[in-house]
Design a protein around this ligand. Structure first.
Ligand code: UD1
Length: 416
């Protein structure tokens, strides 16, 4: 499937952000710890969400959509091996490791797959689980984890990994005594997971700070109505699209604090921004000024907006330097952007972008989720027609992206 975009487009109007994929996925995994039915509200209709439901299906867990909510019924949960095919479809499927180990004391999964943006090992997840008393063996692409009963421990993460922090919180919920995770990731999605688990009866404190404490509880009961936070990366993508197009756009259902690392950079680049409750209005009076970016764990500039920001800087006045510190190989958008007239080169973990006046349409391929979104943004402002192929990657993380941009007046069509 592909998008065909005719540009340049000046975006105008209002657009609503969906629930956060990266909050919904760990929360779905956390329902494995809960008895009965959990009701999760505001879940985005995305391929990755469907994959997580499919991963849980062989375990006897039933996920049912009800409008924008998912009801997860774990009444008939049982321990089963999760097929390699499912695990390989999405890296976040490894988030079932912690909860299954906590609930059954035994898990066998194949090494997870997902977006190819660096080596992305899960060694920190495993190190933390071992600290809680799990015995883990890795054999021919499979991970087998066992433990009689996990025991609370002090865990210090070498780097603040989002997935490892989430997996360990979930693993520690029933662990004997208290678990402390230090140098934990501080992303808002971790706070959302904590809130979900505490609603279910958990005793977790400190999410959003580098130290998280998890006190033992005996059981959790599926909460009836937890609304996932809005997606700060989707919001950021639309905000950048609006700034690029030079139109006047209101992005709705935003948690302004969560997009502040981006807004700070956009103000520096000369973009007009007005905050009102949960809306952000974006417009431009003049050109975009070159700025330097360094991706960092939250509350630094998010790596998941690096590719989209490269497109904005591609048409800025002057030269910008973008440094990727979170993932080692996250520049797959660059060769594609070059085909659209972007003056950009890579040097190690840094890219140098010299602003040009305009981009030109080309036939490009989405190499992964966020790089794909960046190519759509480039297509929106490029002259003539752009074809973005392989949009299955984009569908993993954006709900009906073309429909949202059509409502802002863009000429973008999905073609199969
Ligand atoms: C999550 C997000 C992803 C985002 C990333 C960083 C989800 C589903 N995905 O991914 O969109 O880009 O956070 O904000 O929430 N690392 C190790 N060993 C480990 C784990 C991670 O070395 O065991 C490294 C990774 O290779 C990477 C860095 O730590 O260089 C950060 O990764 P991590 O925070 O774990 O990212 P994810 O949870 O996979």
């Amino acid at each position: 499937m592909r998008f065909v975009i005719k540009g340049p487009n000046r975006l105008q109007g209002a657009i609503k952000v969906s629930g956060a994929k990266n909050a919904a996925l760990p929360i779905l995994a956390a329902t494995l710890l809960c008895d009965g039915v959990s009701v999760i509200e505001g879940v985005p209709r995305l391929n990755d969400v469907d994959v997580m439901c499919e991963v849980m299906k062989p375990l006897g867990v039933e996920c049912r959509w009800q409008n924008e909510n998912i009801l997860v019924d774990t009444t008939k949960i049982r321990l089963e091996e999760i097929s390699e095919k499912l695990m390989r479809r999405m890296r976040a499927s490894c988030l079932v490791l912690g909860p299954l180990l906590a609930r059954f004391g035994h898990v066998k999964i194949s090494q997870p797959g997902g977006c190819n943006i660096g080596s992305r090992p899960i060694d920190l997840h495993l190190k933390g689980l071992r600290a809680l008393g799990a015995e883990i063996t890795e054999r021919s692409g499979y991970l087998i984890a066992k433990s009689n009963r996990l025991k609370g421990a002090e865990i210090h993460l070498d780097v603040p990994s989002v997935g490892a922090t989430e997996n360990l919180i979930m693993a520690a919920v029933f662990a004997e005594g208290t678990t402390v995770i230090r140098n934990a990731a501080k992303e808002p999605e971790i706070v959302d997971l904590q809130n979900f688990l505490n609603r279910a009866g958990g005793r977790i404190r400190g999410a959003g700070t580098p130290t998280i404490r998890i006190d033992e509880v005996k059981s959790l009961v599926g909460p009836k109505g937890h609304r996932v936070i809005s997606d700060r990366i989707e919001a950021g993508t639309h905000i950048i699209a609006a700034a690029l197009s030079g139109g006047d756009v209101v992005v709705q259902n935003v948690i302004p604090e969560h997009v502040e690392p981006l807004l700070a950079k956009l103000r520096e680049a000369g973009v007009g921004i007005e905050l009102h409750g949960d809306t952000v209005r974006i417009w431009r009076e003049g050109g975009i000024k070159a700025v330097d970016i360094r991706t960092m764990p939250y509350p630094g500039f998010p790596t998941d907006l690096q590719a989209q920001m490269c497109v904005l800087l591609a048409v800025a006045e002057g030269t910008s330097v973008v440094t990727e510190t979170v993932f080692e190989n996250r520049f797959k958008h660059i060769p594609e952007l070059r085909r659209m007239g972007v003056d950009i080169y890579i040097e190690g973990r840094t890219v140098v972008i010299r602003g040009v006046e305009k981009l030109s349409g080309a036939h490009v391929e989405a190499p992964d989720l966020r790089a794909g979104a960046a190519l759509v943004l480039a297509g929106l402002i490029a002259e003539n027609s752009t074809v973005v192929d392989n949009i299955e990657h984009i569908d993993r993380g954006y709900e009906a992206l073309e429909e949202k941009y059509q409502t802002l007046g863009a000429s973008i069509e999905r073609v199969s």
